[in-house]
Design a protein around this ligand. Structure first.
Ligand code: BTN
Length: 246
């Protein structure tokens, strides 16, 4: 069994499950695969320094601690791919909601964001020592300030059991983590590519400060987005270069 000694830590209210996990890693060696959940976060963290808002008790807020020491540094993005796939597959297989991945790791249902990931790595020299995979998945929340946000409830019209979603998500994570550990990179690539939001579809982006029309061609090994702007040559982009307007 992959995560034989995994622990589950269930919290009522915490600043951020990712920060809780990071502190735990500083003072102890939490078992591989440890899952930390909270009903409420008072300072939930999103990508690029943003905040993650979630109504108390309505959604899945969790952080999974793992030690992907086997992962070469240049393949760090594969952990992110694996977690994205785990969330998307859980949504599709358990909740029957077809899910896509908006690069780098937003999960999209019915053209709206249903989940976001925040992966944080700890390094020792050039090796990954540990990682905290933070997942915020909107489940039963019925209203959002952000117009592009949705939840399982809004997308399906049905409330879902958050604990059951967690248990399915953890199973799905384990499957993909095992795939990663076994070095099945091309399987992960193919699955990620097949779920890539707006792949080969002309879309509008802000690229280095300018609004352009372009087509996503894929994601490279290091996790950079391959984009073909109209009338130009292929560009290799990271998050600071490009954002999709949708
Ligand atoms: C995003 O901006 O899309 C990433 C959101 C990640 C939110 C989750 S909720 C659980 C974990 N703890 C945090 O503070 N953030 C992540």
């Amino acid at each position: 069994m992959l995560f034989r000694d995994r622990a589950f830590i269930s919290l009522e209210s915490i600043a951020s499950t990712n920060n809780y996990a990071a502190k735990l890693l500083k003072v102890s060696n939490p078992p591989d695969g440890t899952v930390i959940t909270a009903q409420e976060q008072t300072q939930g963290k999103g990508q690029r320094g943003s905040q993650w808002f979630s109504e108390a008790g309505q959604n899945l807020l969790c952080s999974i601690v793992c030690y992907p020491k086997f992962l070469p540094v240049r393949q760090q993005f594969y952990l992110s791919k694996s977690v994205s796939l785990a969330v998307a597959e859980m949504l599709e297989e358990y909740l029957e909601l077809p899910a896509l991945i908006k690069w780098p790791n937003d999960i999209i249902v019915q053209e709206k964001k249903i989940a976001g990931l925040l992966l944080e790595f700890n390094w020792m020299e050039t090796r990954i020592q540990s990682a905290v995979c933070g997942i915020g998945l909107n489940i039963n929340q019925a209203t959002f300030e952000y117009p592009h946000a949705t939840s399982v409830f809004l997308a399906s019209g049905k409330k879902a059991d958050i604990d059951e979603c967690l248990s399915r998500l953890v199973k799905s994570f384990d499957k993909h983590y095992l795939q990663l550990q076994s070095g099945f990179y091309s399987d992960i690539d193919n699955a990620y590519r097949s779920r890539l939001f707006r792949l080969n579809t002309p879309s509008t982006f802000v690229f280095r400060g300018e609004k352009i029309s372009a087509v996503i061609r894929g994601v490279d090994e290091s996790g950079k987005l391959l984009v073909l702007p109209e009338g130009s040559r292929l560009q290799v982009c990271d998050l600071k270069d490009i954002s999709m307007v949708y």
